[in-house]
Design a protein around this ligand. Structure first.
Ligand code: NAP
Length: 316
């Protein structure tokens, strides 16, 4: 079958399209893959320094949607595209307990336009609302806003009525405003002044895809009782902070993981992604489509931080 494969060599990792890749093994459910998508982690799975791939050769693709025994399904996370073959091939073997029935109202393409990134954005919004955030509390910041998680977070939050401020190094603020951002600020503005233990309060809540100095700045600028959902590290893994915002303003740092979410919570989140958490710009402004033969360039672009919005991969 056709598959995009990453394979370790003495010099690093080679990656490319193969026409005759064999899907070995038995058990599990065979999914005929229609769509996958491009996530930052997929880029990492195809480079030596990425420290993500746990088998070689590996079919990357941490998410996929298609049909299994005639039923529409999707799957993402757990070991997909990391320790077992993922979505960049015409078929995948997936344990039954990892499968999510495609919710009514979502096509396979739309599910992958959401993909791991949109799912993570939804989990961030759910975490913030569970911590008490509501639309009357004030501006909500999204960092790394032009990326997959960031752009879907902007879209979901704006559709729910929040005043959304987007932090971005992107040169296309008009596009973020089209998704519903009321204002676009620079990464430097979001990072603030690292020399201060706290800043003037600005954010009722935040979705942070970046980590590092930007997350530290967000924590220092949260309003009393505010919370930030932290899910990413494109700007670094270190977090330099003092306890002051936590003990003087009662702010919260909420960790969000999409990989190991228990399957029941995952299925419930997808049901909400098809309804009240559905990103309204899925089919137009957010998503572009590529084929397997365009993956190499897209993976390089995601690693350079240059992929805007969501990129779905048409597999078969
Ligand atoms: N916790 C989880 O389960 C989970 C799930 C999905 C993704 N993630 C993580 O979330 C992050 C975003 O994922 P994604 O798929 O949305 O990736 P993406 O599409 O590549 O978006 C990342 C965005 O981060 C910003 N960025 C890139 N390099 C930067 C730098 N050096 N400093 C500051 N900002 C930078 C860019 O946005 P601007 O140009 O707009 O600034 C970029 O578009 C990644 O770290 C990913 O690993 C985690």
């Amino acid at each position: 079958m056709r598959a995009f494969v990453a394979e370790k060599t003495d010099d690093g990792v080679t990656r490319g399209l193969r026409e005759d890749f064999e899907l070995e093994g038995d058990g599990d459910v065979v999914v005929d893959v229609e769509y996958s998508s491009v996530n930052y982690k997929d880029g990492l799975a195809t480079i030596a320094k990425g420290q993500v791939a746990r088998i070689s050769p590996l079919v990357p693709g941490i998410d996929l949607a298609g049909t299994a025994d005639g039923a529409p399904v999707l799957a993402h996370g757990y070991e997909l595209g990391v320790a077992r073959h993922g979505g960049y091939a015409e078929q995948a073997r997936v344990p039954a307990e990892w499968l999510v029935p495609l919710p009514d109202g979502l096509s396979a393409r739309q599910a992958m336009a959401i993909g791991t990134a949109g799912y993570t954005a939804a989990r961030c919004v759910m975490a913030l609302e569970a911590a008490g955030l509501s639309v009357d509390d004030g501006p909500v910041l999204v960092t790394g806003a032009s990326g997959g998680v960031g752009s879907t977070a902007v879209d979901i939050l704006a559709a729910r009525g929040y005043e959304v401020v987007a932090s971005s190094g992107s040169s296309d603020p008009a596009w973020l405003k089209e998704l519903g951002a009321s204002e676009v600020i620079s990464r430097e503005d979001a990072a603030g002044d690292a020399g201060r233990p706290m800043e003037k309060t600005r954010w009722a809540g935040a979705v942070d895809c970046v980590g590092g100095a930007v997350l530290a700045g967000v924590v220092r600028g949260l309003k009393y009782g505010g919370a930030v959902a932290a899910c990413g590290n494109t700007g670094g893994i270190k977090l330099e902070a003092t306890v002051l915002p936590f003990i003087l303003r009662g702010v919260s740092l909420l960790g969000v993981d999409s990989v190991q979410t228990p399957i029941e919570a995952r299925r419930e989140t997808w049901a909400r992604l098809a309804t009240d958490l559905r990103p309204p710009h899925l089919d137009d402004a957010i998503t572009r489509e590529i084929g397997l033969d365009e993956l190499d360039e897209a993976l390089s672009a995601v690693l350079r931080g240059e992929l805007q919005g969501r990129t779905v991969v048409r597999v078969s």
